[in-house]
Design a protein around this ligand. Sequence first.
Ligand code: ADP
Ligand code: MG
Length: 260
Amino acid sequence: AEKGKTDHPALLHGKYELGRMLGHGTFAKVYHARHVTTGKSVAMKVVGKEKVIRVGMMEQIQREISVMNMVKHPNIVELHEVMASKSKIYFAMELVRGGELFSKVVQGRLKEDLARVYFQQLVSAVDFCHSRGVYHRDLKPENLLLDEDGNLKVTDFGLSAFSEHLKQDGLLYTTSDIWSCGVILYVLLAGFLPFQDDNLVAMYRKIYRGDYKCPPWFSSEARRLITKLLDPNPNSRITISKIRDSSWFKKSIPKTVRTK
Ligand code: ADP
Ligand code: MG
């Protein structure tokens, strides 16, 4: 679809006016929308039902709904309501206006003090979810948004799962979210990915060997933490409470650091 134009009803559920597109991912498009009676702006995530049925994702959508309702946290995008038309499912979410953290990194790597602010907020969101048996499983810079005050907000719970099924899974998802936090921290500090290879097989080999190098500008504390986060062995990988205890994480943030 052409950017800015939509094929949705002008007034969604008699409640929301749809505006411009804010972004898109693998399955969804996200639009600016306004609740007409309150005037409140929201982000409207739209998923085509044909996509849902074709990919067999209805269950996943249901999970996304319950997950987002379960996890209310200052660093997690809040879900307001879910609606459906004949062909589409609509998620009215908290509008996050500062764009993707990813686009900030594209402009250039971050100083360690600023990266620390984002990383602390990310870990706080992930810890909160894990303590409720909720795992994100798709943590990456594109799913990390910034609000007007420069605070980080995690979005896109499309792939998350609950631990109830198997204890084993819960452990696996915990450690894989922690590994993803390691990749994110690396990207913030480096400005590029730790495991990059045009050849996918070669990239996977690098991942499970833990084959990456920290650029010379990383501090020794940052290196130490990243080594523990990107430990290829999930059984020896650092835990969230140990992350919080690490010297890099605990280092106080100078008052001069502004996220805005
Ligand atoms: P998908 O499940 O298809 O990956 P996402 O939920 O990740 O969809 O949303 C796609 C993009 O839309 C995001 O990368 C982001 O740029 C934008 N977006 C998502 N949620 C919001 C929001 N609450 N506020 C503002 N922009 C958002
Ligand atoms: Mg996404």
